[in-house]
Structure formats: structure tokens, C-alpha cells
Design a protein around this ligand. Sequence first.
Ligand SMILES: [Zn+2]
Length: 444
Amino acid sequence: MKRLVRARHAIVGGEAVRDFAFVVDGERIVCVGEGGALAAANPDLPCLDYGEDRLLAPGAVNGHSHCYQILLRGWADDWGFERWRDDALYRIIPQLEPEELYWVALAAFVEMLGNGITTVVEFFYLNGAGTARLEKLVEAAIDCGIRLVVARAWMDAPQAPALFREDLAAARRDTLALAEELRSAGVMVCPAPHSLHAASPEMTRAAVDLARELGVPAHMHVAEARYEVEQVRARTGLTPIAFLDSLEVLGPHFVAVHAIWQTEEEKDLLAQRGAALIHNPVTNQYLGDGIADLAGLRRRGVRVGLGTDCDLRPCMYDEMRAAAFLQKTATLDGATLCAREAWLMGTREGARAVGVEAGDFAEGCYADWCVIDRTHPSFHPWSHPVNQLVYVSDPGIVVETFVGARKVSDRRRAQRYGNERIGAELRKVAQRLGLPLDHAAAPA
Ligand SMILES: [Zn+2]
């Protein structure tokens, strides 16, 4: 069905635009232009018309998430990476049953939609005991309507929990079957060798080969923490990006997640090979990983998107803000990485980095957008809307979210989901997994 969408205020290509409209056919935008002209040219189309009190923004693209990590929020904090991984992540997450995973994923996705995220790349590594858990995650995404990309992890390191581990043949077989099965549902499945510490070089190469075969990007955690550099160097004599290049896996289809600890030569290499990067600035701060040289990488032409990774609060406006602030801090220059650049990384550039036609109001893009409340107390008439969203607002400013031109989130729906079912199901999951439900001490 064709439809006209018109807004008095919109963000297009990172710029503020007045009286903007686009025509949607099915899930895609087929035509964009000035509101009055497009309305006059399409008098018979049904029109969704937003007034002065609304701002239309393209849905944000979350380039990297592990939705089940919401279970670690608020109690496994302030631990440092190794303790967090061993005593929280590796202890809790492998216990998740498929049905529980459904509710956890649904909770995270509904939260993302409420925060204006319309596409999420889920880097999923609970694949060692069959496909049931991943199928439940996909079901949750389809049920709530978020656009899903599955970065289907491959892991064979002996130290990883059994539920995360598999052999190469099983990883290839299940990834292929899933890609086939989900093609008609519009879900892209990307092979994702977990990292150089959790996937062997053989597995890494095979995963990237399959990505090439399928014509999709391969996602991989690379050089997130400093210890990885020493580990890889001790094992191979090379630093991580250089070692990946020696495996011949870098290329335009390769998405490096994090890539914080790189030499200048490796940055050049990443750019020369045309690889993309997903930067997760909130998680990088939370886990004390470090500060990626975004400014340097972008200067070299590396495509950069943003992700919420451990999903403390899955909100791309938070990630944009963190990305800008970290670069300003690292370069001691408040002019480094402006609001518009951060905005584009969380929308259009992020979409390009992960190979999804989304993140902007442009012909051919998915019609994914969110509606911002211009009467919200934190929305200032004197602020540029992009700066407003990147630096000032909290996600409560998003009132509706559309994916593929279909409304999938609004305040009423969020309340219904949140209050009636998801909260109760999450509590049950937390109880069964033995998460701390009472942090209060008795009064002295
Ligand atoms: Zn990750």
C-alpha cells in the first residue's frame, strides 16, 4: 500500500528540514521531497500528517547488541572485565532456557523501540546446544516488529562455556540453515567469528568465507581490551588487525566490533581493506576497555557505526553522546566529532556499515522512523534538533516508532507490554537464575 508521510519538522541526512514528505510503498521509501509539492503531486494517497509539535527522525541503527546482557544490569557493575565475564556473563547467561530467552529478548527489543532504535544487530553466541535459543530471539524480534540482523557467533575455544561452543561443521551447517529459513522474513544472518580469543583461525576464516558466499558482512569482536593485543602477539607474532589481514579476512564485507587497540599501521590497513567498524562507547567506558581513535579512523575513510553492546540502556542517543564526548576528551579538543557526525554514525553510516538500507529518509531506504515530541520539557526551541537529541534529550522524548512504515511502538503500547507481562516474566527468569532481587540491608 502506498502512503504519504509529511512532517513540518524532520531530520534528513543529519540536517534539520522544514516541511518534508516522503512516499512509502510497502516497507520502503520510494520518493522524497518538499511537503507541499509532494502532497499536491499525490492528492489521492492516504496521508500521515505530523504537525508543529512533532519532529520526524530516521530510526536509529544499533550495530551491535547482546540483548540477554540486560540480566547483568545493576548488580554485576564496577567489577572490571574479567570478573564481569567470569562471574556474571559466563555464569548466568549459559543457564538461559529458550522460553526465558524469548522474554529477555522481547524486553530488550521493546525498550530499544521505545528509545527510537529500529534496526538491531544481535551478536548471538548461545549456539552450542542447537538452534532453539536463537529461534526464540528471532521470534521475539518478529513479535515486537524491530528490524533484526543476526550476527550468528562462531566459537570453538575450549575455555568458552559449553553452551557457546561448537565445531566448525555445526556452525556452518546451522548458520546456512538459519540464513535460508529467515530470508523470507527479511532477517539478514551474518556469520560472526566471535573474536580471536574465542574462535580459532580456521573457524574465523571459514566464517568469513561463508559471509562472502552469502553476500553478507561478517561481524567480529576485535581488539576490545588491551590484553588481547599481547595475547595475539604472543601467539602469532602479529597484532590483531595485522593477524586478521594475514588470514585474508579483512575486506568491505568485514565488520570489526570495537577495534580500540590498534597501531597506526593497522588503522591504515583497516581503511585500505575497506572494512567497517562498530564502536560501542558506553560499553567501552563501562568495562574500562579504552577509547577507540574514531577521529583517526574516520579521517582515513573507515565506515563507522555505533552499538549498545552490553545494553545497559539501549539508546543510540546515549551512544552518539558518548562517542562525541570520548573523542573530545581523547583529543583535548571540544571541536572533535561534532553532533551531526555522531548522529550520522548512529543512523545512516551505521546502516551502511552493517549493510542495511536504512537510517535516513532517502529513496530505497526502509521506512523506519521515530516521532519526537517537540513539546517535551527537555526539547528547547533554540536548540538544533540534532544537537538536541545527541547532547540533551533522554529517550523519553520518543513517542512513536515505525519499522517498515508500520507503527511498532508508542507510549500506550510500551506501558501495556511493560506493565502487564514482560516485567512479570523477567522477574521469574531472575528468580530461577538466582539473580539478587533484594539489595537492601536490614536497618541497623
Ligand atoms: Zn559484543
